[in-house]
Design a binder for this molecule. Structure first.
Ligand SMILES: NC(=O)c1ccc[n+]([C@@H]2O[C@H](COP(=O)([O-])OP(=O)(O)OC[C@H]3O[C@@H](n4cnc5c(N)ncnc54)[C@H](O)[C@@H]3O)[C@@H](O)[C@H]2O)c1
Length: 401
């Protein structure tokens, strides 16, 4: 980075979160002077002590190497004033109907204005509703500040951030040439290559990527349901479809399409397109309907009302401790309405209501697999314990025969 009057090269605001922290650590590992500003005091303390507040492969080791050296962390918004670049990765503001709430963003940036200084570059990294970057630029311009505004979306998958941040091309956009230059200089220190777009193009590109994945998962899940309604094992069909047939290589396997991004961003795109997004809504109905489908099928085979049902894996995906928007919780709710007792366990989420996996196995009459954590694959299940296995973790198809 060029010499500057700022104490830090970059401040990551929201930098104790799933996107912000791996990014801050990666910048710091590449020799930049980095600060993190986050309102979550508990997460800040955890990070300061060299521990990750959530699971992210390879991150804790890298954190320990930089904390107190090139990485400083705090709750003070004033840290923003001391950094040449300010990267903002607070959560995407949406309301309870998953509609974007620009006023939350506006309020956040109004609060940031007293801490910003002329000459800084503000880089949005949260996934945002199309047009947000230009609106923030207008807001900051009106305040009289001379700051550049850029949007550089995050495209890594949770759990793979440390690996992907340095190999995926980074999309860079800015409201003027100097913003593009500044953001390119910053991300050029870690990314393998840069792709320059306009802010609106970059905003839509990011959302399209998530929506595409969501629709792909929905396609697989719809096929899964059709096969099951014919009494067939979707995974047998999946193997046949994809074996030595490259045109079908992109067909995902079945399973819960959940988590904090895909569903929300599909609904954001719908809102940005006047709710005229039938494909996105269809994908939502399929993906969100999968737990209901599983319970309906199980009800057809078992007298759930007399059974203790065990649910293995509550995180939104395998090897994650992130419960946000996990469909396992929806499954639990549906099962609680039908079964006598529901017992839950997870390898990574700490919850006093969860039981050790051994106890769940010992007490359950029927199992459901919520998140396919690696360890569950290695369990030796009692041979008479039926399993509803949407992921085909045990290679026996989804429904017990
Ligand atoms: N999680 C993913 O895999 C992923 C991938 C790509 C993009 N995104 C996008 O990145 C954004 C952040 O997602 P996340 O998963 O990191 O969320 P997160 O909730 O894990 O992190 C957000 C962080 O921002 C902090 N924060 C909130 N308000 C703040 C404020 N006013 N000042 C300072 N800090 C504040 C929170 O304390 C939290 O630590 C979202 O827009 C999301 O859509 C997420």
């Amino acid at each position: 980075m060029a010499e500057s009057e700022f104490r830090h090269d970059v401040c990551v605001v929201g930098g104790c979160g799933h996107v912000g922290l791996p990014l801050a650590i990666t910048f710091a590992s590449h020799g930049l002077r980095v600060s993190v500003s986050d309102i979550n005091a508990r997460a800040v303390e955890t990070v300061r002590s060299g521990r990750m507040p959530f699971l992210e492969a390879g991150a804790e080791e890298a954190l320990r190497a930089v904390i107190g050296r090139t990485l400083e962390v705090g709750t003070e918004p004033g840290l923003v004033s001391e950094a040449r670049h300010v990267v903002v990765v607070i959560g995407t503001p949406v309301d309870e109907h998953l509609n974007p709430t620009f006023h939350t963003m506006r309020r956040f940036f109004q609060g940031l204005i007293p801490h910003l200084r002329d000459g800084q570059t503000v880089i949005l990294r949260s996934t945002v509703f199309p047009g947000t970057t230009e609106k923030i630029r207008a807001l900051l311009d009106r305040s009289g500040l001379r700051v550049r505004v850029a949007f550089c979306p995050e495209r890594v998958a949770e759990g793979k951030a440390m690996e992907e941040l340095v190999v995926l091309p980074q999309i860079v956009s800015g409201c003027d040439e100097r913003a593009v230059e500044a953001a390119s200089e910053l991300f050029g220190t870690i990314a393998k290559s840069l792709i320059v777009l306009s802010p609106l193009e970059a905003e839509l590109t990011k959302i399209f990527a998530n929506v595409w994945r969501y629709i792909q998962f929905a396609t697989a899940n719809q096929f899964f349901m059709i096969a099951a309604d014919h009494g067939l094992d979707f995974y047998k069909l999946h193997d046949a479809l994809t074996h030595d047939y490259p045109r079908m290589a992109g067909l995902p396997r079945g399973g819960f399409a959940a988590g904090p991004c895909l569903f929300k961003d599909t609904m954001q795109l719908s809102a940005a397109y006047d709710n005229n997004f039938a494909l996105g809504h269809a994908a939502m109905l399929v993906n969100e309907g999968l737990p209901n489908f599983l319970v309906k099928h199980a009800k057809g085979r078992f007298d759930l009302a007399t059974m203790t049902v065990g649910l293995l894996g509550m995180a939104f995906k395998a090897e994650s401790d992130d419960p946000r928007e996990s469909l396992s919780y929806k499954l639990r709710k549906l099962l609680e309405a039908e079964a006598e007792t529901v017992l839950c366990t997870d390898e990574y989420i700490r919850d006093p209501n969860f039981l050790p996996v051994e106890e769940v196995l010992a007490r359950s009459d029927l199992l459901f697999i919520g998140a396919p954590h690696r360890r569950y694959r290695e369990l030796s299940l009692p041979s008479d314990l039926p399993v509803v296995d949407v992921w085909n973790l045990y290679g026996r198809g989804t429904f017990p025969g």
